[in-house]
Design a protein around this ligand. Structure first.
Ligand code: ADP
Ligand code: ADP
Length: 228
């Protein structure tokens, strides 16, 4: 499903953020990406959805190369990949419903399909009764649920999340993990960079640890492995 082959990333200022990453993630896998600050986790994640282009190496998502794809085809490849950020990135003037529907409007789905898919997805994340709310009328956890709904409403095979619980209190973070588990149960591959030791050590999944731009650990049912 996701393959990274000898991926290197050097930023224009000379910082070597990834130094030869090889990884293979199967369909339906749930993977935590852990490591100290500055280890290269965000760069790893950004390369996966082509926010950053590797300096060298290849990334293949669902059979398609992210590095060989032509610039104008990038939006099509990106549709294979839902992305969730720490800071939600919702459109503040649009309702919950509109924020989620937006992802389907840009790919020109019919109003009937949009209505059905948006409401189904809002139900999955537990926000069906808040469809008309604006983002700032919601709690942080609810806003993150909206952002998850937006990222999966077009049913991408891969969901990538960069510290999705980073801005949330512990109880709220656990609720978000329940949503991710639900999404994995539907066969979606989930890759999540996180600093949440409690979650990684409790909901046991594959753990990939990155340090100095290299994978230093890759365990099937791993632990967080850092003090905090
Ligand atoms: P992490 O997510 O593990 O904290 P990052 O991938 O953000 O690590 O950063 C890895 C290294 O690359 C760090 O040294 C960081 O300062 C550097 N870096 C990240 N983004 C950029 C950028 N856009 N330009 C230059 N250096 C960057
Ligand atoms: P949390 O415990 O997750 O931090 P909050 O205390 O922020 O949640 O919010 C609790 C409930 O009140 C949520 O369901 C949220 O939608 C609602 N709420 C919070 N702020 C507003 C607001 N300004 N207008 C309308 N509803 C709100």
């Amino acid at each position: 499903m996701i393959e990274m082959i000898d991926v290197w990333k050097t930023y224009p200022n000379g910082v070597m953020a990834l130094n030869g990453i090889d990884v293979h993630i199967e369909k339906g896998d749930f993977v935590y990406v852990v490591g100290p600050s500055g280890a290269g986790k965000s760069t790893f994640i950004k390369c996966m959805f082509r926010q950053e282009k590797p300096t060298k190496g290849d990334i293949i998502i669902n059979g398609k190369s992210l590095t060989k794809v032509k610039e104008r085809k990038i939006p099509y490849v990106r549709r294979q990949i839902g992305v969730v950020f720490q800071d939600f990135k919702l459109l503040p003037k649009l309702s919950v419903y509109e924020n989620v529907a937006f992802a389907l409007e840009v790919i020109e789905q019919s109003p009937k399909v949009i209505r059905r898919e948006v409401m189904e997805t809002l139900e999955l994340v537990g926000l069906k009764n808040k469809a008309r709310f604006l983002p700032d009328e919601l709690s942080g956890g609810e806003q993150q649920r909206v952002s998850i709904a937006r990222s999966i409403v077009n049913k991408p095979p891969v969901l990538i999340a960069d510290e999705p619980t980073g801005n949330l209190d512990p109880d709220t973070a656990w609720g978000i993990m329940e949503v991710f588990e639900e999404i994995t149960n539907r066969g979606t591959t989930v890759v999540m960079a996180t600093h949440n030791k409690e979650i990684v050590n409790t909901i046991k999944k594959r753990v990939i640890a990155i340090e100095g731009g290299r994978i230093v650990r890759d365990e099937k049912r791993g632990v967080y492995g850092y003090e905090e």
